[in-house]
Design a protein around this ligand. Sequence first.
Ligand SMILES: Nc1ncnc2c1ncn2[C@@H]1O[C@H](COP(=O)(O)OP(=O)(O)OP(=O)(O)O)[C@@H](O)[C@H]1O
Ligand SMILES: [Mg+2]
Length: 248
Amino acid sequence: MIRNAIFVNDLTCSFTDKIVLDALSFVVPTNSTCVIIGPSGCGKTTLLHTLAGFIKPDSGVLRMNDEPVTDFPKRTGIILQDYALLPWCTVFDNVALGLKISHQNRMVIKEKTTALLNELGILDIADYYPSQISGGQKQRTAIARSLNLEPEILLLDEATSALDAMTREQLQEMILTLHQLKKTTLLQVTHSIEEAVFLGEQIIVMKKGGIHEIIQNPLVGIKAIRKKSIFYDMCLTVRESLESGTRG
Ligand SMILES: Nc1ncnc2c1ncn2[C@@H]1O[C@H](COP(=O)(O)OP(=O)(O)OP(=O)(O)O)[C@@H](O)[C@H]1O
Ligand SMILES: [Mg+2]
């Protein structure tokens, strides 16, 4: 039986009297990937925050790993749009934070954290504080912090947006490899059509307040997919869906 890592049914969420999410429903099967794309202000971050338990919705059913969302869900990692790094901790300590809180052995923390910093190309800034590093380095630090806990579900909000094109592609490949090796379920918010097609087995195209269309994408994981014309055909499909969603 296919389990759903994320289950959303009839979710409605508003701020004061403005409805931001209006009766949203979708599921993300366990071990699959899903990307959410849509115009600025349509409610993507709000949706991610309700899944993380940061915002309480007005109504609807939300389940993560078959458990109702009441607090921050277990075995879940989140990478926020504004990184949320602790300014008084170095890069190393920010990345090691979760392992320290869960009282892991000091040597294990050092080894795991060092390996991850190395993999993400930020080992040389391990002793820097967030105020001393660039936007892209902050983003990679935030990603490393989440990956260090080996989450079953990873929620990402524009995790690659501050990076140059090549670093962004490397990071997308790393996220895909993580999904393939560790079977992590991914839910990623992005503004990039190419990122959506590269990473999302399911692409949820949002319009203001709701879902415009859910596109199934069989191209994820195909070798050198970015160099194939079917990749650009799928990008065009997503672009047209976004445009028709914006027209309303
Ligand atoms: N705490 C809040 N109080 C009031 N309104 C809010 C709050 N947070 C978000 N909103 C409003 O909800 C709507 C959706 O915001 P949200 O941040 O979810 O959009 P988004 O799709 O993530 O946009 P972007 O692509 O620019 O990040 C916006 O109109 C925003 O102004
Ligand atoms: Mg947002």
